[in-house]
Ligand binder design. Structure first.
Ligand code: OOG
Ligand code: NI
Length: 462
């Protein structure tokens, strides 16, 4: 019966992310160079710090490191988003979080599709930042209708891909053979097309409204626009990129360098200018920039309290400095107010942790009280706390990435604000709350510790 068994969604995700990475490597050779650079730095960092290597191994982070990627796509219609949710569900990915980018002058809102279970995150935490164009933010009614009409005319999924999604939903999974076909078919949606679906004049008009609108509307599908590996030392990676003559963004997005990294730090290199064939009698040629390279370093997930402090400090630092140099020093200065060691973060309730029993201290002379507080357990070294990795994105960083890669043309300001309800209606479900996921993971780990500790026999110690 083994041959008829369904393939685990975790395995489908790994096959897909691998295939996507392979495709992107042939499409954008610089991506391959970036992977090599990141692999070298990670090996060096792990070599230099055995302590970090041990910690990552205990936390289940080491094995996932070289498969860890996030990508991004931009969709045009609510129907596309609804099907994309179903496609990612086949690979065990759920929509987590709502990101409103309109506040940053980018006419999209977004979610992150990613695995949510601990065991799945350990296997392969592949995530895709998926944004949906908000045509309602285009002021020019004629242009808005034009764009909507163009989008209605395209289908970004192959018919076979849709059939296989249906089958997975109906049967509760995909066989090995169907999985292979599904991965190949799904890949088509993410492929680059060097031929536009519109003439160059339409492209120019849409681009003048906002470069992102042209990127979404004028092509056959939502080409993957970057695929980001995780690096263990982003400052080193940034320096290495500049040394290699890669035109990196001048500043790293997110928090400053710290002993105990929090959230997410990202940098990217500029979009490629790619030749495009436009529609029209004369087959006019032009260029388009959409795809870029990005790397990131991930730190610990913050509680709502920690996140509020992060947001406040980031805002203060942005007000403080304009150019890259003064921004970096303002960032470092302002963030001195954010505790920078794991225990302090834990005590202040700023970050989430995974607790595990510290086996070295299991010989005890008295039982652990069932109501011992986390602090007591930590103080007695009965449990250890390992920060939970931040698995999501940051809207301010995302906006910075969008901006640096789209150019500043048509840098509109939108005042409409987010529209989460419309997004969730399009998605066909509500997005999951990322804080609730971290909270649940933390609570489950603590529960497990208490169970384990309750079962340890008490021995007389000296
Ligand atoms: C997505 C930008 C957001 C990130 O890492 O914050 C993103 C896009 O440009 O489509 O990927
Ligand atoms: Ni990204």
């Amino acid at each position: 019966m083994k041959t008829n068994a369904f393939v685990e969604p975790d395995d489908i995700r790994t096959l897909f992310s691998r295939a996507l990475s392979g495709m992107y490597k042939t499409e954008v050779p610089q991506y391959g160079a970036l992977l090599d650079l990141v692999a070298d730095i990670n090996a060096e960092v792990l070599q230099e710090s055995k302590e970090l290597a041990d910690r990552l191994r205990v936390a289940g982070q080491l094995d996932r490191l070289d498969v860890e990627r996030h990508g991004a796509i931009r969709l045009g219609t609510v129907e596309e988003l609804a099907v994309m949710r179903r496609l990612f569900a086949v690979m065990g990915m759920r929509a987590v979080g709502y990101y409103d980018l309109s506040v940053a002058g980018v006419p999209v809102h977004a979610t992150a599709f990613r695995p949510v279970e601990d065991s799945s995150l350990k296997r392969n935490p592949f995530r895709v930042f998926t944004s949906l164009l908000r045509l309602d933010l285009i002021g020019d009614a004629a242009l808005r209708e034009r764009a909507a009409k163009i989008l209605v005319g395209r289908s970004i999924f192959t018919p076979r891909c849709l059939e296989l999604i249906d089958r997975a939903e109906r049967d509760g999974g995909l066989s090995g053979r169907d999985t292979q076909e599904f991965v190949a078919q799904a890949l088509e949606t993410f492929r680059w097309h060097s031929e536009a679906t519109v003439d160059i004049e339409t492209y120019r008009q849409l681009r003048a409204s906002h470069p992102l609108i042209a990127d979404v509307v004028c092509f056959k599908g939502p080409h993957i626009n970057h695929l980001t590996p995780r690096v263990l030392d982003i400052d080193q990676a940034q320096a290495a990129m500049l040394e290699k003559g890669i035109r990196a963004k001048d500043a790293i997005e997110g928090p400053p360098k710290r002993k105990c990294p929090i959230l997410l730090r990202q940098t990217s290199f500029l979009a490629l200018e790619e030749p495009i064939r436009f529609q029209g009698a004369e087959g006019a040629d032009g260029t388009h920039t959409a795809r870029f390279g990005e790397i990131e370093q991930r730190g610990c997930a913050l509680t709502p309290k920690g996140r509020a402090l992060y947001d406040d400090l980031l805002k203060a630092s942005l007000e403080a400095g304009r150019d890259a140099g003064s921004r970096a020093s303002a960032l470092a200065r302002v963030f001195e107010a954010f505790p920078d060691d794991a225990r302090a973060l834990q005590r202040a309730g700023l970050a989430y942790f995974r607790y595990s029993v510290d086996r070295r201290n299991l010989v005890r002379s008295r039982p652990v009280s069932a109501n011992a507080s986390v602090d007591e357990l930590l103080d007695q070294s009965l449990v250890r706390a390992e920060p939970l990795v931040y698995e999501d994105f940051l809207p301010v960083s995302a906006a910075g990435i969008f901006r640096s890669n789209l150019g500043s043309e048509g840098a509109a300001r939108y005042v409409a604000g987010g529209n989460r309800e419309a997004f969730e209606t399009a998605l066909g479900t509500s997005v999951m709350n990322e804080f609730a996921l971290y909270e649940a993971a933390q609570a489950a780990s603590l529960e497990e510790c208490r169970r384990e500790l309750a079962n340890v026999p008490v021995m007389a110690s000296n």
